[in-house]
Design a protein around this ligand. Structure first.
Ligand code: SF4
Ligand code: SF4
Length: 196
């Protein structure tokens, strides 16, 4: 068999700057020290440049993009917006939503007689929110939901309902994200009517 010479590409020799690891470590420590003392002096002067907060006494102001646990939208009349279509239940990749539909008294619409979410399985993916055609289930900013027993992780409809005005920032955010038309808030509508 004929043989041939294969030339293997070697990585270029390390440049001097790449061998300056200890110097770079010192540089990193100086940056850390600069931030530490800047924040310390600012704190002593009563200014808040520090990212650390004293949780749970203090709470962060989260962006509407934040995805906490999913909750149900409660309309102004106290009822859920959900029509028990089951799309969120179908979209949930871990099957943690359970819905038992029922008909309203006028037999025109459906509503969820039972709407449970097993939060021990939920992975905060937001697929339920994306699948819902009614904007009836949205990701909230609730994250403090730890429990020591399985029963405590099962959230029922009455626990999941959140008034619509509290979810307004998230609803507006997802309308932009899913390219849905935005709906004016009651305050914006009243302001517009006043200007007429
Ligand atoms: S956020 Fe994801 S895992 Fe949790 S209930 Fe919704 S679809 Fe299921
Ligand atoms: S997709 Fe929306 S309307 Fe349909 S069952 Fe789920 S929450 Fe209710």
């Amino acid at each position: 068999m004929a043989s041939r010479v294969v030339t293997v590409e070697r990585p270029p020799r390390l440049r001097a700057v790449d061998t300056m690891g200890p110097l770079l470590i010192v540089r990193g420590l100086l940056v850390t020290a600069r931030h530490f003392f800047r924040n310390l002096f600012a704190f002593m002067r009563g200014r808040r440049t520090i990212a650390t907060i004293l949780y749970p006494e203090e709470k962060m102001a989260w962006s509407p993009a934040m995805r906490g646990m999913p909750v149900l939208v409660q309309m102004e009349n106290g009822k859920e917006r959900c029509v028990a279509c089951g799309l969120c239940e179908w979209a949930c990749p871990v099957d943690c939503i359970t819905i038992y539909p029922a008909e309203t008294a006028d037999e025109i619409e459906r509503y969820p007689e039972i709407f449970d979410i097993d939060m021990s399985r939920c992975m905060f993916c937001g697929f339920c929110e994306e699948a819902c055609p009614e904007e009836a289930i949205v990701m909230s900013q609730r994250v403090a939901i730890a429990t020591t027993e399985w029963r405590g992780s099962l959230w029922h409809k009455r626990d999941l309902l959140v008034p619509v005005h509290e979810l307004d920032p998230r609803l507006r955010y997802i309308r932009r994200g899913y390219d849905r038309p935005d709906v004016p808030t009651p305050a914006q509508t009243a302001e517009r009517l006043e200007k007429r």
